[in-house]
Design a protein around this ligand. Sequence first.
Ligand code: NAD
Ligand code: UDP
Length: 316
Amino acid sequence: MRVVVTGGGGFVGSHLCEALLRRGDTVCCVDNFCTGEPRNLAPLRGRRDFALVRADVTGHFEVPGPVDAVAHLASPASPPDYDRMPLETLAVGSRGTENALRLAHRNRARFVLASTSEVYGDPAVHPQPEEYWGNVNPVGPRSVYDEAKRFAEALTTAYRRLGVNTGILRIFNTYGPRMRPYDGRVVSTFVRQALEGRPLTVHGDGSQTRSFCYVDDLVRGIVAMLDTDEPGPFNLGNPSERTVRELADLVLAVTGSRSGIEFGPLPVDDPARRRPVIDRARRMLGWSPRVTMEEGLRCTTAWFMDRVPHQQPTGA
Ligand code: NAD
Ligand code: UDP
């Protein structure tokens, strides 16, 4: 297949590009690097089966040759990123998604939207099945991201009714190598802080929960979705749920760090809990996560150790 990956220069997108190339697909990445990094794609440069188009998908862009599938991942994803780029986040979720859908339409290609568990907002139903419509504050600090993704889902659904072969994935918190050490997300922040010997900054009392999926597992799910004609939406995430406080303890154990824990304010509208029901993805995609949090954190830590000035871990 010839696959266009928007946002392919980012954390998840660069792993997706690699996975597609590994199985013999040709990949064209479209990215403006507003939150991604060209060095994520350094191993792919110069390959004849890989092309990079540096462009903002909210404007005009062209990709070379025919297209069999479009994976639309372009969007800031970390809360500090979308807080810093509110209008860009709304634009990429709306205009950017429409441009990516049009590209798929013109080429009669499969289209997969990287949506998010954030469409469930601060969920009143737990764990979250795809049937749940969510509890999003439309004027809160997270709304630029949450509502952009909800709009993107509506747009994708409308294009499906017009005959485009679309699919929607709702991705839950994902972590792994190539997260930016200062992106502000919890796993990257805790691993960096643990390696630096600084206190881990837990927001609130740390009782809020998340369910963390290792990036290789997620990418397998995205590839499976590209390969079907299923519309979704499908949750992709690891149902193993833990509190942020438990995560902090686990990061300290895996890194062998002697860092302490520092408690700070809980951000406004920070969801209290989040865990995916993944029965649909299991059934329709044959997908389930395989990597334990301990294993995944070990791989993430190894990657961060080459990039973050660190004190020698003691017990890892
Ligand atoms: P990321 O910030 O690392 O990657 C996003 C990429 O999109 C970056 O390379 C960025 O430069 C690019 N981009 C943003 N706006 C663009 C635009 N207008 N034009 C072209 N490129 C643009 O984030 P990520 O974690 O890799 O997330 C990838 C996708 O998965 C996002 O759509 C995100 O919403 C979704 N997602 C991720 C997670 C997660 O935990 N990582 C969870 C849910 C959903
Ligand atoms: N968090 C934290 N310390 C940090 C960064 C984040 O305690 O330094 C918390 C954050 O408030 C949230 C959880 O960890 O409750 C997950 O945050 P992240 O930004 O990774 O993902 P999201 O909130 O989008 O699920």
